[in-house]
Design a protein around this ligand. Structure first.
Ligand SMILES: [Zn+2]
Length: 267
């Protein structure tokens, strides 16, 4: 049966300068080695090193599954020359003409896949025994999640359709770019598919029969270093421990009027 490992953890960390955009990168050891999401350029070396620590070269990866095309999940596909790049057809189509207010989708994204073996999928797609894609739109137009049958039970790698464990209680992911109605339906679809979930920007967790959330890994420590003020050689980091801000519906999603995820995007 396929096995899952977290190659790089997912975090939900924002500063007054940027969202850090640190997504979960998951390895599936099945008939081929697959990875789900490939992170952004800023984690490129770390990704190579993390795979190496698992005894895996970038040439060994036979399949890259992109849950969606956002920059923080998708910039390193070119590291994997032997992989087929799996993405939903609606997602790839949308990137060629993203809504004007959607600044997380690069208009040049499709060009970054030129020369690679791209496999566009739609509907529920079995990639190999025990590994299938389900459509989970809402965060983006063509978002997919990966349902994996492991020896320990069914796991859903939820990407940003299930951004964090709080999405279970909220009923929505942290950010919605496409459709709130679709995003709500996708959270329920993921919960129905698996009780163990690997979220896009949080630690793996289990939903117990009483609805309680149990994290499956320890809380990580993030080290911050650098020099912002050379003369003093130090800078200050204020750590906010405020409650999760909840769901942000991006302006690009507010004009959405359709009922299905095939509604064409407009600029
Ligand atoms: Zn995203």
């Amino acid at each position: 049966m396929p096995e899952l490992e977290i190659i790089m953890g997912g975090y939900s960390i924002n500063t007054d300068q940027t969202r850090l955009g640190l997504c979960t990168v998951t390895l599936i050891r099945g008939e081929v080695l697959s990875i789900v999401d490939v992170a952004h350029f800023g984690r490129r070396n770390l990704l190579v090193d993390a795979l190496d620590a698992h005894g895996i070269s970038t040439n060994d990866i036979g399949r890259v599954i992109l849950t969606h095309s956002h920059w923080d999940h998708s910039q390193n596909t070119d590291l994997f020359p032997n992989a087929e790049i799996v993405i939903h057809a609606d997602e790839l189509d949308y990137t060629r003409n993203p809504r004007a207010g959607d600044l997380a989708t690069a208009r040049y994204f499709a060009n970054t896949l030129l020369g690679q073996n791209v496999r566009e999928v739609s509907g529920e797609t079995e990639l190999e025994p025990g590994v299938r894609l389900i459509e989970t739109p809402g965060h983006t137009r063509g978002h997919v999640s990966v349902v994996v049958e492991t020896a320990a039970g069914t796991v859903c790698v939820g990407g940003d359709a299930m951004s964090d464990a709080g999405a279970v209680a909220r009923g929505t992911p942290a950010i919605i770019f496409w459709s709130e109605a679709d995003a709500r339906a996708s959270v329920q679809k993921i919960i129905a598919a698996a009780s163990t979930i690997y979220p896009g920007h949080d630690r793996p967790f289990r939903i117990d029969s009483d609805g309680a959330i149990t994290y499956l890994t320890e809380s990580p420590t993030l080290q911050v270093s650098g020099v912002l003020h050379y003369a003093s050689g130090a800078f200050t980091v204020d750590i906010g421990r405020a409650a999760h801000p909840g769901t942000t519906v991006m302006p690009s999603a507010l004009d959405y009027q359709g009922g299905g995820h095939n509604h064409p995007g407009h600029c």
